[in-house]
Design a protein around this ligand. Structure first.
Ligand code: FAD
Length: 433
């Protein structure tokens, strides 16, 4: 497929960044040519995307006022717009925090003029243990003074929303192509003009947008190698990192007791890892946990040592080593104590995301080539912005992104030291086998 149309867009990657971009582009420019390419079809029973999941937390509890405001804006859409609202559940979030997080969130809400009274509050430990019928009574509260409860946060059905929004984009005119992208294509002046698939087909457009999640560093590294232009390399800007999830089915009686449960997130002491957490029951009465270990998978790619998901087509995401199965057992124990001992946790999965040193997204032109853009790097918190993030990508493409966001999300922003970032991977997958 070729397109010389200036309003032509080729988006690689149909996770939340790519799909939201496709939707916002076609709504804004109904006559544009918008193609969304992904290695998996959007109705596949299982996908490698971080965005494909049973459920994800949708919360505006942020220390950073910028993401707090963006998340509040996203939640307004989650609640009100029929495209999104049936997937959203405002169960509340119960934060077991060890870092004074509660006050920072309360301050942000106040600064943004969002009412908190009776909706968002810090509970002293004795009271917190009794909330929600005492289901978190046996959680690990070591070093915790109070628990933040935000009744206005919750979760969403991730794969349901991803599929419905993709279908909406296609209905409005977006072309969805299931194909693995092998390489980027350039003209004789070095401008990016599209992509080539594994089977040798090319797709061209005036704008090529990489929303390739954890695969992004590998694609750029390969591009640097094939073009001889080192400016494509990620150079520590992005790292592919994995986290494990697991699910357990509750019996009918326990499910009834847990029907009103909120999301529970536990901030860990640094020696234990990042956060762990559990999400309320899905329609099959299954509880989901994520573990505290965040790890990389360093490989030799075109002569560079970088982290990338395993090379199999499904990123080996269902082949979860014992140490990571134990990581989920730990999350269960830290949240439910003895009560969770009888649950059989299954369907373990490793979910890969693209992480930046300070957890800011990259929504930016790539400085190595005209026509090439990035919109990805959710850094383990990008999913909730699904309804609105594409609007920011369109603004970036139109050069109307607010200067502060432009600077924050730029490819060539100042690189910060990731050593204080709890979600920066410190373990290697091979050491967890
Ligand atoms: C375990 C876990 C839990 C999380 N929980 C939350 C949460 O509760 N709330 C929240 O807000 N965020 C959460 N996140 C973060 C969030 O899921 C991600 O930040 C977000 O989904 C990333 O979206 P993306 O579009 O950048 O990437 P992805 O969703 O990974 O999509 C990338 C897409 O690119 C495609 N692709 C890659 N390479 C190629 C290629 N060469 N050819 C064709 N297609 C390609 C892939 O198939 C994939 O579909 C979590 C992440 C993980 C891993």
């Amino acid at each position: 497929m070729t397109s010389s149309n200036q309003r032509s867009y080729l988006i690689v990657g149909a996770g939340v960044f790519g799909t939201s971009t496709a939707l916002h582009l076609i709504r804004r420019f109904p006559d544009a040519s918008v193609t969304l390419v992904d290695r998996d079809s959007f109705d596949a029973p299982s996908r490698v995307a971080a965005s494909w999941d049973w459920n994800k937390v949708v919360r505006a509890d942020y220390r950073d006022p910028v993401y707090c405001k963006l998340a509040l804006d996203a939640q307004d859409v989650w609640r009100a717009d029929p495209l999104w609202s049936s997937f959203y559940h405002e169960s509340g979030v119960y934060w077991i925090s060890r870092t004074g997080f509660a006050q920072a969130v309360l301050d942000n809400y106040a600064r943004l003029g969002r009412p908190t009274e009776g909706k968002l509050y810090a509970l002293p430990l004795a009271q917190a243990r009794k909330r929600y019928g005492g289901i978190f009574e046996e959680a690990d509260y070591t070093g915790v003074e109070n628990v933040l409860v935000n009744t206005t946060s919750g979760w969403a059905d991730a794969k349901g929303a991803l599929r419905a929004v993709t279908e909406k984009a296609v209905e409005l005119g977006v072309k969805y192509v299931a194909a693995e992208i092998e390489a980027l294509e350039f003209d004789h002046e070095g401008a990016c003009i599209g992509v080539r698939t594994g089977s040798g087909e090319t797709y061209t457009a005036a704008h090529t947008i990489l929303s390739t999640g954890a695969f992004t560093p590998k694609l750029l590294e390969r591009t640097a190698d094939s073009t001889g232009n080192n400016d494509f390399r990620t150079g520590g800007r992005i790292i592919a990192a994995g986290v494990t999830t697991g699910l357990a089915k509750l019996d009918d009686e326990t499910a009834k007791e847990f029907a009103q449960m909120p999301v529970c997130i536990q901030e860990n002491p640094p020696e234990r890892g990042a956060s762990n957490g559990t999400l309320p029951l899905n329609e099959d009465n299954m509880l989901k946990w994520w573990g505290q270990y965040i790890f990389k998978n360093t490989q030799d790619i075109s002569g560079s040592q970088i982290s990338a998901p395993p090379t199999t087509a499904d990123y080996a995401q269902w082949a979860v080593p014992d140490a990571l199965v134990q990581d989920i057992e730990f999350a269960n124990k830290a949240t439910f104590g003895k009560r969770g001992e009888k649950w059989k946790i299954m369907q373990h999965r490793i979910c890969w995301d693209a992480v930046t040193p300070n957890e800011d997204f990259i929504i930016s032109p790539h400085t190595a080539s005209k026509g090439l853009y990035l919109a990805t790097c959710g850094s383990f918190h990008g999913w909730k912005f699904f309804p609105i993030i594409g609007d920011y990508v369109v603004r970036m493409l139109e050069s109307t992104l607010e200067p502060d966001l432009q600077a924050r999300w730029a490819w060539n922003r100042e690189m910060l030291d990731p050593s204080g970032n709890v979600v920066w991977p410190r373990k290697e997958l091979k050491d967890l086998q």
